[in-house]
Design a protein. Sequence first.
Length: 893
Amino acid sequence: MSSISNRHTYYGGGSNTQHTTNMVRSPSDRLSKLKRKQITFGPYYIGSTLGEGEFGKVKLGWTRNPTSNQEVSKQVAIKLIRRDKIVKNSEKEIKIFREINALKHLTHPNIVKLEEVLQNSKYIGIVLEYASGGEFYRYIQRKRRLKETAGCRLFTQLVSGVNYMHSKGLVHRDLKLENLLLDKHENLVITDFGFVNEFLKDNDLMKTSCGSPCYAAPELVISTKPYEARKADIWSCGIILYAMLAGYLPWDDDPQNPEGDDIARLYYFITRTSLKFPEYISPIPRDLLRRLLVSDPRKRLNIRQIQQHEWLRPHSEFLSITPEDWDNKMKTEVALSNPQQNNEKLNKASSVESSTSKYSNSDKRDTLIIDTAMLLSPVPPQEYQSYIITKPSSVNEDTSSSTQKNKKMHSRSNSAASIALQAVVDAELEASQRNQDHINTVKNEVNRNENMNTKEKRSNNNSDNKKQEYINLQQVSRNDTMQDRSMGIRAEFIRSAGNNEREDIQLKKVETNYNGENSTRGSHNSGKHRKPRPTSYHPGSSSGRTNLSPYDFNTFNTNTESSTKKVISQLETLQFDSTPSLIVDTEATGMPVNSSPKILSQRSFSMSKPSLDLQSVTADLIKFQGENDSAAKSIHEHVMGTNWQYVPHSISSPKNSLGRTPEEYDSSLQHPPSSGGKYETVLTDSNTSYNSITQESEKSKTSPMYEAYMFTDVSTQRDKIKEEKKGSKKRFSILSFYSSYNNNSKTSFDSSDTKSRADHSSIGSPQLTPGHATQGRADLSVRDRNTRMPSMTNNTNNSHLKNERIISQAESDIEDVYRRRSSKPIKNDKRYSSIEIGRDNTANKIGTRNKRASMMVPNLQEHNTNIPELRPQREQSTAKKVIDFFKRRSMRL
Ligand SMILES: Nc1ncnc2c1ncn2[C@@H]1O[C@H](COP(=O)(O)OP(=O)(O)OP(=O)(O)O)[C@@H](O)[C@H]1O
């Protein structure tokens, strides 16, 4: 005992120290020692770890009653996030701000309440209402399953919370048992709003697939189509209800995929296997579940229909409380609690010194320091703009000086945080105003140009460009509106933050060995307090991808997939009888902006080209410019192979076998003049075809431009292709698009069908009927995509093989587009399977399921390659229909 005692009390001093420490202490001594050791974060004392998530630990916190210091006045949960682990503009940073901003907006009894957000030099602390009832999935685990009455009450609360957030224009997108907690009265509390997003209109669709695989709606996983996010939330509610009542997750019994780790297979199983119920679930909740877990989101109940379902009738009164009622109720509560709060605040404000003196010296030293780097992050990708603090143009001098000045005040209303945040808001409002002014200027110019004489072609082209700029700006403006809303929230946040005077936000000591941020899914499992489940995955997030082994593509491919989706979704929004426009976002492709070949201008995919015989596109012209051309070349070589000549654009243009230069073709085809040097065109003659893609750097207009050429004679193969593809002529413009698209972004439809791959590479002869399109897609395996492309351009056969793939892919994609545009379900589409009853599986798998429950879903449509049935079904004649349409249109023009 004594040795233990000595060890515990040894401070490096001599025997005296030991002697002193071995003395029996008085209770007050012990109390004061305890007090000294008390860890604080701002006004909160920090206690045990409640749980651990992707961002780190969630600690219990409490404040003490000011009058009797021993009494705990309020308990909170503090999500502590180490600032140095948050990479600027990263997925994590976005998630944090999303969560904060969304929670700031939501006040509902079944949604976790955000108390405040504090930060010091080391941590950001999201202070939340403490849900003392613990994690909901553990609650179910303990009880094995819930009785229907209890389940009904809790599900009603879930529905009420979800309805409330939907009414605010927000969707959770990651609803699952692990994100539900219970309060002390065993009421449900929805938490973890890291993937929350905003929809603007009733029919606003989302494109980013997220949701944990077991809870994610099928449309998120097996379709590239934008989805109705509220319906996806409703699917997740259905899964949660099933788990509550059954004690395990539905579709959890695939013998070939017992752990559900293979997401593609999991979804194959979900879409092919009818929903089955254990016998103890009674018919009425079964009926509700059957209507919730419908693969077709259009047939799935909406929230209003759920509220009206027979099973929830006992709680109809609760469900009749509208979101407005909740808001009013909360306002009233706040108003009622205000007098006391205000008094407290006044007292504190009048005695800043006394309020700070409660804290130790070290607290005082570690006063709030704003890490402006965190706030000065660049504007993130568009889809994230709603809930994040974006880059201000500058934080002005005044701000920093006032930061200095106000340090002494220790008042959060004047704190560096408030000032910096205000600067962010102001700067963004200013930027938004500037943008609006620019829009107006461009708009005026467009109007002026439209009144000009039609003979002035040059001006008209200019006008077109301006129009496009206007459209783009409108787009930006729309985003700004979303941002403004977000800024409104932020401004509100700042205002409310200003109501609290305590600025002395400190964390004396949280954990010496804090490693939350580095955790991967594996390490999550090892932590004592960790939820036994993986890190959430969101497309683009590297952290969560660690266990996606079968689909663990390299960044290039992942990015090109999103590019593919983007282009396809843009295609989908086009009217067939208008000139299509394709703009590939380089951010999405992950290629350097100034060096990557890409499809650039509005005009790049011209429908007005004269119809041409079907020819395979076998040569490419890439122009590079400026300081990045070596990078561009290497990318180009990587994509297209090394058989390219690079020549300065201004000096010469190589001629093809007929002695014609690209420019000659260009003029002979009456291709629209390039706008600012950026255009994409397809040039062809009887023996040679080549595709051109130009890339100009905005930065280096003065630098020489380079072109890369490779001509391939395709005459020997053309006849063969023609024969194989009878009746499918005049699709050149489509092919040109897909060729360049493929060349640029390495379109990522893929399959691991090795047999088909082997067949293709050995035979090299195309099967160009639409029916073989899928096979063409199946040929592009993930693994060999990177290595395949260079070698393919080395000889005609390989070029031909590439073309065949391009064509097949074009056909597939056209069919996809066509199919998506049609509202009719495709014949034999197994995704919309009917639902039956009958399975009985009483195993409680919720606990084991959690290991994989939180992995967010990448859009797996392109990855569902092992399972032929998961590939979209096609009608053979669809491509033909589209091609015929283009043909007709082309002839009309
Ligand atoms: N308000 C709260 N009251 C009580 N416990 C909480 C509260 N918030 C979180 N916890 C506990 O902390 C754990 C992690 O919290 P949370 O899931 O919100 O963190 P996260 O970092 O967002 O994690 P992830 O994104 O991985 O789900 C929860 O599972 C729960 O046990």
